[in-house]
Design a protein around this ligand. Structure first.
Ligand SMILES: *Cc1c(COP(=O)(O)O)cnc(C)c1O
Length: 353
């Protein structure tokens, strides 16, 4: 007899990408981290942090962090809800909006944590397949589902494809439930502005930003939900009291204030992405054009599972999604620094030699 609710017994646990031991010599291209260091101003904020402050609880919502985010995203501070990573906001959304007898919709393939949270809450999952070889956002399918909560990652993972603003506008206007636009990778897109205007315009839209990718702070665990205060107030009822620690809030605020650092590193990643796309294509790989900091790419004539294993044996970690037939012939490869990408290409040439 199980002690768990039946939906917990029935579901599979989320499997994160492998993290090697700190300092291990691997080329880590499996979890879309930024190859460049965080802002020196963020590092200084961490060094200068007064640890005596840890004796007392942090503010339940850090005013310093919401003020910094408000400045960057050009919204009032009450429009910002910080989370312990954007994963935390995804959990709060699922807890506050969905549950038994309710539905969570998302296009597939996508970030599987949306499904995980739907299953934990006992909500029904409505999956709309991305369309065609270009993995185009299934706007009509999502509108038809009209779920209580809809997640769209834009750009999407693991495809790297970005949906045009007009498609998101149609979703925002047509859905009566909550639309969460997860912009974890927005810093690597054209102008980086994303869908904040949709959150300003539509009461049911929440935009997620994270410091994990563009800001090189995946280990800090800071994400931000941006929406009107009424929507945020409901979501925050499902919040841990002190979900963001005092040190992380301080470091994150400093990182947000250094847009120039983030933008310069994002531009370097984008340049490397275009170079790596060309290099893999020249080796006969099928590479989907990406607006993010990773590529979904199919090995030349090869078996993705085999190449995944062979790369791993050479100390190069990438992501393989064997279970999903639409992408089982491809690998998701994070765009690393120039040395990482060179090591990847050398290993690929070695494997196929
Ligand atoms: C990486 C990623 C996130 C970021 O999660 P954090 O909890 O902020 O680190 C969110 N959504 C998607 C689709 C991602 O790929």
């Amino acid at each position: 007899m199980s002690v768990f609710r039946s939906n917990i017994d029935a579901m599979e646990a989320y499997v994160p990408g492998e993290q090697a031991a700190p300092g291990a010599k691997v080329v880590k291209l499996n979890t879309n981290e930024n190859p460049y260091p965080p802002s020196p101003k963020a590092v200084a904020a961490g060094r200068e942090f007064d640890y005596e402050r840890l004796r007392v609880y942090p503010q339940a919502v850090s005013r310093k962090l919401t003020a910094a985010a408000a400045q960057v995203f050009d919204v009032p501070p009450e429009w910002v809800l910080p989370g312990n990573g954007s994963d935390d906001i995804i959990m709060m959304l699922a807890r506050s909006v969905a549950g038994a007898g309710r539905r969570i919709a998302y296009p597939v393939p996508t970030f599987t944590f949306y499904q995980t949270q739907a299953q934990v809450e006992g909500a029904r999952c409505v999956e709309a397949p991305y369309e065609g070889d270009g993995f185009v956002l299934p706007v009509e399918g999502l509108l038809e589902a009209n779920a209580e909560l809809t997640f769209v990652a834009n750009p999407n993972s693991p495809t790297g494809v970005a949906a045009p603003a007009e498609q998101l506008e149609r979703l925002a206007a047509g859905l009566s439930g909550v639309l969460c636009i997860d912009e974890a990778y927005v810093d690597f897109t054209g102008d980086g502005r994303g869908a904040l205007d949709l959150a300003r315009k539509h009461e049911n839209v929440i935009v997620l930003r994270t410091l994990s990718k563009g800001y090189s702070l995946a280990g800090l665990r800071i994400g931000l939900g941006i929406a009107n205060p009424d929507l945020l107030a409901g979501v925050a009822k499902a919040k841990q009291i002190y979900n963001v620690d005092a040190l992380a809030a301080e470091v994150a605020a400093a990182a947000l204030e250094d847009q120039a650092w983030k933008n310069a590193n994002a531009a370097r990643v984008v340049a490397s992405r275009e170079k790596l796309t060309a290099e893999l294509t020249a080796l006969g790989w099928r590479v989907l054009p990406s607006a993010a900091n990773f590529l979904l790419a199919g090995p030349a004539g090869g078996d993705a599972a085999e190449v995944f294993k062979a790369l791993r044996e050479r100390g190069i970690y990438v992501r393989y999604y064997g279970k999903d037939p639409r992408i089982a012939d491809r690998l998701r490869i994070t765009v690393g620094g120039e040395e990482d990408n060179a090591a990847l290409l050398a290993a690929i040439k070695d494997i196929s030699a």
